[in-house]
Each structure stands twice: as structure tokens, then as C-alpha cells.
Design a binder for this molecule. Structure first.
Ligand code: SAM
Length: 851
């Protein structure tokens, strides 16, 4: 749908509530000083200590790695100590996005082209991100104080805040916008976002998938957004809801073990039999769940985000990168296995560390053994300043700089693995011809061992870095990789006043075959874990593999990426309140049996494979329910319900919510059934119907339209719709339940009376030049028809936002002068759906407080 998530097709969804964080101020800003009693009081007197923005360990490490040319070092460090500018981009593309861009340009940015003076100081002008396609992204660098002092800046701030709230723009770190752009997602692509939460890049993928949508049509593509962390999955679901897309599945797996959904047993054998034996591998690749695009935005040390999270200065040590490297390789390799031949994969980190960056890319290429090409994408983003990837670097461990795996102490071999070095060669690489002679297997084996090392051994980088006082010699001889790692891109913060970032873009050129030895090791490991689990006899304990990753991800995320992303998300609308609501809903989907069995609601990591505690996604096949929906809302054949409605409950009588999935999502759900339900889905598609409880309406249809579902359903509805005038719409927005006789248009009251009791849709139509209703620009809101009056199914805040948006606020009537009756019967009050009880009560308060 044209305006999905872009403010174009405005409807009464929860965007207002989700986005109500201040555009700039909402984020807990670590740079912000705590509010002082008296503004003039000195920092020291107030007890506020500035962040320490230096770290010997960090500076030594990066100086020696040669990540930054010597002559730029001072500028690099100086930039790292400055707060990060704010960036935002206009959501979507096409005419609607260009209109907003032109409005911004004309109303605001043209005034600021030359910069602006505040307190005698010239501020930086607002700048376009040169490399962002369509000139749809900007960066601005004003402090709160500067915003307050200059009215034009204040107005810009307000404008951006409002547009962010209604979903026309998204605030996102500039460099974080890059991976989806390099993936070049098309509407027919199946995309896997392996480590997706909180979802800023998933949101971009959905925009790309829906970029050519016509009202009422869905693309063939699909986005599967996965994250290990259950709570972050909730955030992801919440974030992507804004797009109102049925083309999304949110899953909750360890990315390195993401299920391939390959069919097993007889069906699989039969298909293989009918295929050409010679190309058995290719056939195997084509079966199961494969993707056109894969993003591995992996967990990392996050030291590229140090400007936004200056606490990293204090926490940084070289063990962070070393510890997460094996997991990064594993995740990427799983991505490679799940990628179609011809497809693209992006590996990205917000770390500048070559051990997390080039070393992983090198290992991916070695393990992929010719099935992958590292692409030179330097011409794909004109204007983007970046540094080519390094071919040579060092590994630091136990206060030593190491040039190759041969220098690693045997007792450290579990923590410092060969793949961390430029050559990737194992220290004990066996003779050619032996079973272990393949270097990829050698390094893989050590990586696997590293997994099973105890956390203490891995985690000792900090003490060693802190203890270091003596300047040691740096080896002069360095290994140099023979791989084309210069095709990777590192973005240094001082290049374009951004965060630090690393990207590598791959193309799969041939089927990838996991080395039999690696397969064997994996199986052995799986069996070991199973055995341990069984002998421990504690079903509640996650398998060891899960624990290992838990350690790794905690390690990677502690105080860095996770927290920052989480804060970002909150800033983008994920308030605690919203998180709770989202959590509750997803828990209901995911965790009913978990709750029933008394397990902790807070449990974040669940078992892989045949998971428990998560209700499966089921197709709604109850003909009575489906028929009642079709009849009540007059749903056309152009919107097929059969095979597209899913639920989480087998018991139709207790069904609370119904979700709509696109054909592409439906196919994956079916495949999941055939393959034995290995995919653990936290959410599927978008919520389209919710159960209504009012007795008199249930006989017609037990479900009302959910706000997210309205934009996709409306173009296919023929019943329960009324068109409203601005004046009457305003009345509905400002008042509680409005009696039929209170509307100014007699015809409108008549059409209301002709509706069936229960849910209906109010449309404030916008017409195109030909006088036809343009649904993409019209406003549509779910409403409730009682016996004597009607009310909108939105909250007070959403009403207020809509009033403002429609520029109706100025012409508001004095609501109290216009008598608005209360619902006349108790049953009618009871008939108003629960979610609206608050909304209507809140609206009443507004109405009464109006002058
Ligand atoms: C860098 S963040 C991803 C940011 C995200 N791509 C975005 O743009 O909003 C890394 C994510 O990886 C998740 N994670 C950590 N270990 C993981 C694993 N083994 N499998 C899947 N996800 C993992 C973390 O929960 C975190 O949400």
C-alpha cells in the first residue's frame, strides 16, 4: 500500500502511541547532564562528572593495527570524543517521499543553507547524506540549547518530531542505513535478517519490498527477521508493525543454527530421486528455505558506536573482539548456506576491529571455498567516503601482539583461533593429504574448540590491557592475506562525521557444500549437547550451544551494541510502556504454555530445534468464522482469506487475534509444517482481526478490524464503510460516543443507521484530479456502531494527533456547546470494545477540557 508506514494512508493505528518519543530528546542521552536545580551551578558542584573519553588500551590497539593513517590519528580521536549528529531519512520512496522532501527543503532547509548564527557562533548547516539515494536523508548537528534559542530550529525540531511520530521519517544512524542499500532488495526477494533486533534495517527491507505497491496488493517478497533474544524480538515486532506488512515473519533462533527447513524422509527422497543425481547438491540447495538476500549484521564489540556510547571508552579491551569472532564466523557461514546461488549477502559490524571485520570476511571466503565472491561495491554508493579493508593486521592476546597462529600458546588455542589471523592458517595445520589437511577445517576445528572454552579464559582481555604499562615491541613482520579484502569497506567516524562501521558484500556464485568433516564435528557436538542435557535431567536448562551463545552475546552486547540499539529503539517509539504492551502480546502468542508450566516470563533464550513453550502458527480453517468475516465486511475475492489467515490457537472459540500473511509468508509457514515445524515464529504477518465481546454483534461477526490490518483490508471491503465530512470527523475525534442525531449531515446519520451493529470504518476521503477517491491519501479509522451512537476505535492521543495532522484543530467547535449524549444503555457501553474504553474515556476528558 502506497503510504504504508510513510504517513500516506493514514489510519487509526497505534503509530501515535508507539512513536510518541521526542524526535531528539526522547533517547536517554548519555551525553546529557542530569537536570540541575540551578542552571548556573558548576558541574563539579552538582556532582556530575564528564565522561572519560580516553582509553590507553583502545588507542594503542588501533594505532598499531593501522586502521587509521598516522597523519589522521588526531582528527580520528578528536571526532570520537564528540557527540554523534542526528540523522533521519524519509521513509519509502516515490512521489510521496519526494513531496515530503520538497516540503522540508522549501519550508526549512533553504533558510539554513549557509548555516545559522546562534550566540555569535556559526552552526553547521543541515546537510543531505550525499550517498543516500533520492536525496532522502539528512544529518543535523544542533544541541538542545541551540534549538531553544533559534525559533527556526525549534520549528524544524517540531516538524521532524511530528513526521517521525506519524511514520513519514525515521531517525537512524547514517551508517546503519548502509547494509540494506548494498543488499539491493527488490519487491520479489526473500530476505533473511539474521540478527535483526531492534529492527531498523528490517524496517528498511520492508520499505524496499513494498516500494512499488498499489493499494490492496502485496509484493511477492518476504522478510524473515530473526533474533536470538526473545525480548528484543518483541521490540522488533513492535517496530515493524508500523509498516502494516503481511510479508514478514519474526523468528527467534540462534542465527548460526537457523533452520533450513529441508524436507526429510520419504517426500525428500522422492524429490531427490526425480532430480538429476549428478546435480544432487544443487537440488538439495533448492529445497528448503533459501534466500535471495541475507543480512548478517552480527553481534559485535560495538566500538564503532563509541561516540553515542562514551561508556565504551571505559569498558573497551581487546578480548571483546577476540571473544566474539568465532560466533560471527558461524553466523555468517549459516547465512552463506541459506543464500541462493546468485544471491547477495552483507556482513556488517559497528566495530572497527579487524578481528571482527576482515578476519571474519577472510574466514568466510576460505570456508565458502569458491562458492562466494567478495564484491567490489565501491561504485554503488557515490559520495560515500570509506577506507578499503586491511590485508594485514595483528592479534592481541595476553599483552602480546601476535602475527600468526603459530605464535599462539597451546593453552590459549581455544581462545585465539587461526581464523583471526590474515592467513587463517592453523598453528598445527596437518600434513597435506591427511583428513585434516583442509585449512578451512583446521581453522574451523579450533574455532569449535574456542566455543567450548570456559568464559573466564576468553574474557581476560580487560585486565591484561589495563595492567599493561610497558611499551612492548610490535612485530615488524606481519602476515598478509592473499584474499581481496581491500574490497571491504570501513567507515571511519571522521570521514563524514558518523559512527564507525564495517561492511563486506558477497555474492554466491556456486552451491556451497559444507565440508563433510565440519558436518561430522557438528553432529558430534550436537550429540554431546543432547547427552549432557539428558544426563543433567533438567529440561528447563537451555542446551549447551545456547548457553555458549548466551555467553557470547552477553559478552558482545554488554553495555555496547545491545544497550545502544535498545535505547535507539526506545527513542524511535519503543517506550517501556510500549515494550510492556508488545511483550504482553507476544508472550501471549509465544508463551502461554510457558506460563502455564510456571516458567519465568523473563526467560530470554529458548531452546532450539523442536522448541517448547511457543504456540505454533496455525492456518485458520474454520469456515464459519471465515464466512462470517467475508459476509459482515463484504470482503471481495480479490482479498483471499483462505490460506492467509493464521492464529496461535487451535481452539477457535478462544481465538483472540487473527493475523493476515502474504502468499510468500504463507508458503514458508506451509513449508515449515512439511519440514516438521523447526521454525520458531514469534510473529507472522500483521494482525487483521481481534475478537469483539459485545453480545449483540457476535451473531453477525465475532471479530473487529485491528488498526494495523485496516489499510490492507479496506481496498477490498464493500460493507461497513461510511464516508464522513471534515466537520463530522472532527466531532468524532473530539467527543466520546456521538449520537446519530448530533452529526451535521443527515445523510451521514442515515448511513450510520444502515450499518450492522459493531465494527465499521470511517473514511475521510481525499480525491484525485479526476474526482476519484484516492485511498493512499485518505484517512481511515476503525469505529464502533452502537444502538444509538458511534465512536472511534482510537486513543485520545491518536485523535489529537489526527486533529493536528488534518489541520482541524484551529476550527474546533466548542464541544460542550454541542450536546453529546452518553451511550444510552448499559449494554451499549459494554458493547464498546475494551481497547476503546480508555480511548473514549480519554477523548471525553479532552472534550471537557476544551475552551
Ligand atoms: C548489531 S545488533 C543488530 C542490529 C539490527 N540489525 C538493527 O539494525 O536494528 C545484533 C543483534 O544480534 C542479536 N544476537 C546476538 N547473538 C545472536 C545469535 N547468536 N543469533 C541471532 N541473534 C543474535 C542481539 O540480540 C542483537 O539484537
Amino acid at each position: 500500500m502506497g503510504g504504508r508506514g510513510r504517513g500516506g494512508y493514514r489510519h487509526g493505528n497505534k503509530r501515535g502511541r508507539t512513536q510518541r518519543r521526542d524526535f531528539r530528546d526522547g533517547r536517554p542521552d548519555v551525553w546529557k547532564k542530569p537536570r540541575a536545580e540551578g542552571e548556573g551551578v558548576a558541574d563539579a558542584e552538582r556532582g556530575w562528572q564528564p565522561f572519560v573519553t580516553e582509553s590507553q588500551a583502545y588507542e594503542k590497539y588501533y594505532k598499531k593495527q593501522g586502521v587509521v593513517p598516522e597523519e589522521e590519528w588526531d582528527l580520528f580521536i578528536e571526532t570520537l570524543k564528540k557527540p554523534l549528529p542526528t540523522c533521519f531519512r524519509i521513509n519509502g520512496s516515490g512521489q510521496f517521499a519526494q513531496d515530503i522532501r520538497d516540503q522540508m527543503q522549501h519550508d526549512f532547509f533553504d533558510y539554513l543553507k549557509e548555516g545559522i548564527e546562534v550566540d555569535g557562533q556559526m552552526l553547521e548547516p543541515i546537510k543531505q547524506l550525499e550517498w543516500y539515494p533520492g536525496q532522502l536523508a539528512w544529518t543535523l548537528n544542533f544541541s538542545r540549547m541551540e534549538l531553544r534559542k533559534e525559533p527556526i530550529l525549534e520549528r524544524i525540531h517540531e516538524f521532524l518530531k511530528q513526521e517521525n511520530e506519524i511514520g513519514s521519517i525515521t531517525r537512524q544512524e547514517a551508517v546503519s542505513m548502509l547494509p540494506p542499500l548494498f543488499l539491493k532488495v527488490e519487491p520479489h526477494h526473500r530476505v533473511l535478517d539474521m540478527c535483526a533486533a531492534p529492527g531498523s534495517k528490517t524496517f528498511q527491507f520492508l520499505e524496499m519490498i513494498h516500494k512499488d505497491d498499489k493499494p490492496g496488493c502485496f509484493p511477492d517478497g518476504l522478510v524473515i527477521a530473526n533474533d536470538l533474544d526473545v525480548q528484543r524480538c518483541h521490540l522488533l515486532i513492535h517496530q515493524t508493525k508500523r509498516m502494516c506488512s503481511p510479508n514478514i515473519l519474526v523468528t527467534n533462533h540462534e542465527a548460526q543454527h537457523f533452520p533450513g527447513l529441508k524436507k526429510k524422509g520419504r517426500e525428500y527422497a522422492a524429490e531427490l530421486k526425480s532430480a538429476d543425481r549428478e546435480t544432487g547438491d544443487a537440488v538439495e540447495e533448492e529445497m528448503g528455505l533459501l534466500f535471495d538476500r541475507v543480512l548478517c549484521d552480527v553481534p559485535c564489540s560495538g566500538d564503532g558506536t563509541i561516540r553515542k556510547a562514551p561508556d565504551i571508552w571505559k569498558k573497551w579491551h581487546c578480548g571483546l573482539g577476540n571473544g566474539i569472532h568465532p560466533l560471527q564466523v558461524q553466523i555468517a557461514m549459516r547465512g552463506v548456506a541459506l543464500l541462493k546461488v546468485g544471491g547477495r549477502l552483507v556482513y556488517s559490524t559497528c566495530s572497527l576491529n579487524p578481528v571482527e571485520d576482515e578476519a571474519v570476511v577472510g574466514e568466510i571466503l576460505r570456508q565458502a571455498g569458491g562458492s562466494l565472491e567478495l564484491l567490489d561495491v565501491s561504485s554503488e554508493m557515490p559520495g560515500l567516503k570509506y577506507r578499503p579493508g586491511l590485508k594485514s593486521w595483528l592479534v592481541r592476546d595476553k599483552r602480546k601482539w601476535l602475527t600468526s597462529a603459530s605464535e599462539v600458546n597451546r593453552h590459549r588455542a581455544g581462545a585465539i583461533v587461526p581464523s583471526m589471523f590474515p592467513s587463517g592458517k592453523a598453528w598445527d595445520q596437518p600434513e597435506a593429504g591427511s583428513a585434516d589437511s583442509d585449512p578451512e577445517v583446521g581453522s574451523r576445528r579450533v574455532a569449535e574448540e574456542a566455543d567450548t572454552e570456559d568464559g573466564k579464559e576468553k574474557d581476560n582481555g580487560k585486565e591484561e590491557d589495563e595492567a599493561e604499562e610497558v611499551e612492548e615491541e610490535v612485530p615488524l613482520e606481519r602476515e598478509v592475506s592473499s584474499l581481496p579484502l581491500e574490497r571491504c569497506m570501513r567507515i571511519l567516524p571522521h570521514d563524514q562525521n558518523s559512527g564507525g562501521f564495517f561492511i563486506a558484500v558477497f555474492q554466491k556464485v556456486a552451491p556451497f557444500k559444507v565440508h563433510p568433516k565440519v558436518k561430522e564435528q557438528k553432529n558430534e557436538k550436537r550429540q554431546r549437547n543432547q547427552f549432557k542435557e539428558e544426563s543433567a535431567g533438567t529440561k528447563d536448562e537451555p542446551a549447551d550451544s545456547v548457553k555458549e551463545v548466551f555467553v557470547n552475546s552477553k559478552y558482545a552486547a554488554s553495555g555496547t551494541v545491545k544497550d545502544i540499539e535498545m535505547e535507539d529503539q526506545k527513542e524511535a517509539g519503543g517506550t517501556d510502556e510500549v515494550m510492556e504492551a508488545a511483550t504482553e502480546e507476544v508472550e501471549e502468542l509465544n508463551g502461554r504454555s510457558e506460563k502455564a508450566s510456571g516458567e519465568s516470563r523473563e526467560r530470554r533464550f529458548q531452546q532450539q530445534g523442536k522448541w517448547k513453550g511457543v504456540d505454533p502458527v496455525l492456518f485458520l480453517e474454520d469456515e464459519h468464522v471465515i464466512q462470517s468475516l467475508i459476509t459482515y465486511y463484504g470482503i471481495k475475492d480479490s482479498f483471499p482469506l483462505r490460506g492467509h489467515l493464521v492464529t496461535r490457537s487451535e481452539d477457535v472459540t478462544r481465538l483472540k487475534r487473527i493475523y493476515y500473511v502474504s502468499t510468500s509468508a504463507s508458503e514458508v509457514i506451509k513449508l515449515n509444517f512439511r519440514a516438521g515445524q523447526h521454525l520458531k515464529m514469534s510473529s507472522a504477518g500483521l494482525k487483521i482481526f481481534e475478537r469483539q465481546t459485545a453480545k449483540e454483534t457476535i451473531e453477525h461477526c465475532a471479530f473487529r478490524i485491528a488498526s494495523e490490518g485496516l489499510p490492507v483490508l479496506l481496498p477490498h471491503m464493500t460493507k461497513q464503510i461510511v464516508h464522513i465530512t471534515k466537520a463530522d470527523f472532527k466531532l468524532m475525534l473530539t467527543a466520546n460516543a456521538v449520537p446519530f442525531h448530533a452529526f451535521s449531515e443527515a445523510d451521514f446519520a442515515k448511513s450510520l443507521r444502515s450499518l450492522l451493529l459493531g465494527c465499521f470504518v470511517v473514511v475521510l476521503p481525499e480525491r484525485n484530479a479526476k474526482g476519484e477517491i484516492d485511498l493512499t491519501r485518505s484517512t481511515a479509522v476503525g469505529a464502533w456502531r452502537g444502538r444509538h451512537n458511534v465512536s472511534l476505535l482510537i486513543t485520545k492521543a491518536e485523535s489529537a494527533q489526527m486533529l493536528q495532522r488534518l489541520s482541524l484543530a484551529d476550527e474546533e467547535p466548542k464541544t460542550e456547546e454541542k450536546e453529546v449524549a452518553e451511550p444510552s444503555t448499559k449494554s451499549e457501553q459494554e458493547g464498546t470494545p475494551e481497547v476503546d474504553a480508555n480511548a473514549t474515556a480519554e477523548r471525553e476528558v479532552i472534550a471537557k477540557s476544551k475552551p
